[in-house]
Design a protein around this ligand. Sequence first.
Ligand code: NAP
Ligand code: 3JN
Length: 346
Amino acid sequence: MTKLYNVAVVGATGAVGEQIILQLEQSDLPIATIKFLSSPRSAGSTLSFKGKPVIVEEATPESFTAIDIAIFSAGGSISAELAPEAVKRGAIVIDNTSHYRMAEDVPLVVPEVNEDALRQHHGIIANPNCSTIQMVAALEPIRQQYGLKRVIVSTYQAVSGAGNLAIDELYTQTQAVLNNEPVEATILPSAGDKKHYQIAFNAIPQIDVFGEDDYTYEEHKMINETKKIMGDASLKVAATCVRLPISRGHSESVYFEIDEAGVSAADIKASLKDAPGIVLQDDPATQTYPQALDCVDKRETFVGRVRRDLDEPKGFHMWVVSDNLLKGAAWNSVQIAERLVALNII
Ligand code: NAP
Ligand code: 3JN
C-alpha cells in the first residue's frame, strides 16, 4: 500500500508559502494530512487545500508532532528555532531559508544537479537561494559535457523575492508616481537596512545587506551555494545582484568559461536542449528569447541568447530566466519532497 505523509508548511501565508501550497496541490506526493503554520499574526485565518478550508495555526515545537515532511519558509530565525524541533519529532525538514545552507551536514539540493546529496541528509535539507537555483540548473548540463572553470553573473531580480510587503511596495509606489503623489519606501532594498529607496521605475544594485567585503549577502549566497551544489570549491564565481521593478521572474546574464577548447555556441545549445528542467528559447532571427513575463507560474528554467564571447574562445554568454517563487523556491522544495519519496529516502 502507498504510504501517505503528514505535511506541514511553515510560513504558509507568505509569498513563498502560498506557492508551496499550490505546488503541493499539483504534486504527486501522497499526502494524508496538511497543516499550515504562521506567526500569531495570521494564526486563525483560513486558507484552502484541494478545495477544503484549512485553519492556519501558530508555529510551535508541538506543531510538528506526527509530521513527516515540514517545508519551512518563514525566515532564518524561525528555521533556527523550529527546524530542530521538527527533526526531533521525526520530521524531515526542507528549509527555504539561508540558515542551514552552508552547514556541512546539510545537503543543499537542486534535483537536476545533485539529487544524490539527498541520501546524506540528517533530517534537514536546504533549498538554495532562488538566483542560485536557476543558474546552476542551466550551467549543469554544460558543465557535465564541457567542464566549468569560471562564472560571472549579473541578476535582474523581481520584487517578490523580498516577500509580500515588497510586492505591495512596488504596486503602491508605481501608482503614486503615475498619480504624481509622494513616494514612500520602507522595505527595499532590504527591510533590515538603514536606508530605503524607491523601486518603481528604478534599478537598485543591492539585494540583502552588505558584507565587509562590499559584496551583498545575496551575492555571497550565489557564490558560495554554487560551489557547494556543484561540489567544486575551485570554481571561480562572481555575482552582482540587482533589483528591478518586476513583480515575478528573475533574469540573469551569465558569462561562463568551460574547460574544453573548440566548443561552439551550437554545441552549448545542444547540451541545453534536452536537459532536465530546461527550456531553450533561442532564435535571434525571430526575436525569440526568455522573458520574465512569460516564465510566471512555470516550473522550468528558460535559457536563450547563447553566444560565444568575441575575445575568449572558451567563454560564453547566456540569458537565464525562471519564476523565482517556483523553481527558485516552492517548486524546488516540493520537487525535493517528491524525490525523497521516489528514491525511498523517507
Ligand atoms: P513573506 O511574504 O514576508 O512571508 C513570511 C512568512 O513567514 C509569513 O507566512 C509569516 O506569517 C511567516 N512568519 C513570520 N514570522 C513568523 C514566526 N515568528 N513564526 C512563524 N511564521 C512566521 O516572506 P517570503 O517571501 O514568503 O519569504 C519567507 C522566507 O522564505 C524568507 O525569509 C526566506 O528565508 C525564504 N525565501 C527563500 C527564497 C529562496 O530563494 N529560496 C526566496 C524568498 C524567500 P504571518 O502571515 O503570520 O506574518
Ligand atoms: O531577494 C530575492 O530575490 C531572494 C531573497 C531570498 C531571501 C530573502 C530573505 C531572507 C532569503 C534567501 O532565501 O536567501 C533569505 C534568507 O533566508 O536568508
